[in-house]
Ligand binder design. Structure first.
Ligand code: PLP
Length: 474
């Protein structure tokens, strides 16, 4: 491009300049130290109020999705709960958004921003529903869309869900650049941003997270109107953290200070996301621990200088579920509630079953999303792909499953029980990551306060742990 050096080193060294031009945000305005930055000011300076967000989303078929009470599932859970237990399970049907998932909320504000700032198109690097959301929102705003997707392992084989998501992006008119797993994704993103002059519709900008806040606001309003109370718990499928951050911020903005924010991911511990061998040995391509844990414990590992999605800031609890449990619950939702929906929402639905069993009958637990299903997202294609890749699929106790080796599908609802992940362990891992970037003996007040806010603890909690941090930990 114009004789510019497009080598890896040259493009990477122009990273900040490319980010500024493609996003219109100068992160240097907010950065206070190698770890701290003024998060709330950055969020506020998107310039979009909640009313703006709702109006913009309404224009492009986003938001105002139904909240269903899952009566039959609630009854089934009550039958296997101690007396008086079994909270109502509510489900926010986010599949009703244009493009079939909550990701439309996230893409909608970026598309609007790109339009008003005069960018000719938008680019996002994602293998997920976000690509389809960007493509769908761009189509409605008359913008072009390029999606950069990691699709294949080194044998050229793609996970059926990822292939399906690529198909959907193309259906909405996006150009999809398909890669195999590897480190060149970020380079290609920067290069394409520079070559096209398109808007950087990264998942992790304040525009994206602001767009998800409307989901939390809607949940607060719908639960209050129908049940005369605030949601007691909201369960949120967690990967990169924007879903949880945006929803929790929306709930807080609506005054739901007491609502328990519960993250949930599919437990894929032992599998490595950047590994060519493991890439196709999982049946879930998002909402799993392979993203959930690294992003919670270091949010700034992303394609923008500072991540607007910071899940530990808002999280009260983190539930883990197995692949087999989610497959079982996916069928159950279809068979007893008449709703056929995709994997990510059914992940938090699985955790909601365990929570509902522990909660009182007058309480409500909200599963804050569904996603569309079909083709490669369908559990039958996932299970046959798993078998083809040598994974054992059987019925039994899901606690016996080993990610990458076996999927054990429960035989009855009582076997759906998930498990809780230790939040303090995640917080300490976050501090260790911070310590590697900025040694603790140089942390000032601004760092300690930032870290405390980012971990939902007080500053003494952070101070007490400084002595035991390892600056060499991975
Ligand atoms: C439908 C759906 N739900 C939940 C998630 C997880 O969201 P986040 O990455 O913001 O944690 C994703 C992300 O890929 C998704 O596509």
């Amino acid at each position: 491009m114009n004789g510019r050096d497009m080598s890896y080193q040259a493009v990477m060294s122009r990273k900040n300049e490319i980010m500024k031009a493609s996003l219109g945000i100068d992160y240097d305005d907010y950065i206070q130290s190698p770890i701290a930055f003024d998060y709330e000011r950055m969020m506020a300076e998107t310039g979009y109020t909640h009313d703006d967000v709702i109006r913009i989303q309404h224009e492009t078929k986003v938001g105002n999705t139904p909240l269903f009470e899952l009566r039959n599932l609630t009854e089934a859970v009550r039958r296997s709960s101690p007396p008086g237990k079994g909270a109502r399970i509510l489900l926010k049907d986010e599949a009703a958004n244009a493009s079939g998932s909550f990701k439309a909320r996230r893409a909608s504000i970026s598309a609007y921003e790109a339009l008003v700032k005069g960018y000719p198109g938008m680019i996002a690097a994602t293998s997920g529903n976000y690509g389809a959301a960007v493509a769908s929102q761009a189509a409605q705003r008359g913008l072009k869309a390029i999606i950069i997707q990691e699709v294949f392992d080194s044998r050229g084989i793609g996970q059926p869900e990822i292939i399906e998501k690529g198909r959907k992006c193309e259906a909405y008119g996006a150009e999809v650049l398909k890669l195999s797993v590897g480190p060149e994704l970020f380079y290609l993103l920067l290069r394409t941003l520079e070559e096209t002059g398109f808007f950087n519709a990264s998942l992790y900008t304040p525009f994206g997270v602001r767009g998800v806040e409307s989901l939390g606001l809607e949940i607060a309003n719908q639960v209050r109107a129908a049940y005369g109370r605030e949601p007691d718990a909201v369960v949120i499928t967690h990967a990169g953290g924007g879903n949880l951050t945006g929803t929790a911020r929306g709930l807080l903005a609506a005054g739901c200070e007491q609502t328990r924010i519960v993250a949930c991911s599919v437990d894929l511990s032992g599998l490595h996301m950047a590994s060519d061998h493991d890439f196709n040995r999982k049946s879930f391509t998002t909402g799993h621990t392979g993203f959930g844990v690294p992003f919670a414990t270091w949010p700034d590992r992303v394609d923008v200088p500072r991540n607007a999605a910071r899940s530990l800031r808002y999280m009260d609890e983190y539930q883990l579920v197995t692949q087999g449990e989610v497959f079982y619950v996916t069928e159950l939702l279809t068979k007893i509630e008449g709703l056929e929906r995709g994997p990510a929402g059914n992940t938090s639905l699985t955790a909601a079953i365990t929570l509902a069993r522990q909660m009182d009958q007058e309480q409500v637990v909200v599963v804050q999303e569904t996603e569309y299903t079909g083709a490669g997202k369908h559990h039958n294609s996932q299970l046959s792909f798993a078998r083809k890749n040598g994974i054992e699929v059987r019925r039994g106790d899901p606690g016996d499953s080993v990610p990458g080796e076996s999927i054990v599908i429960p035989e009855r609802l009582e076997q759906v029980r998930g498990k809780v992940q230790d939040l303090d362990r995640l917080r300490i891992s976050y501090l260790n990551n911070a310590a590697r970037i900025h040694p603790p003996d140089r942390w000032g007040e601004v760092d300690i306060s930032f870290l405390a806010a980012d971990l939902k603890v007080n500053t003494d909690w952070v101070r007490q742990r400084i002595g035991s941090l390892s600056q060499n930990d991975a």
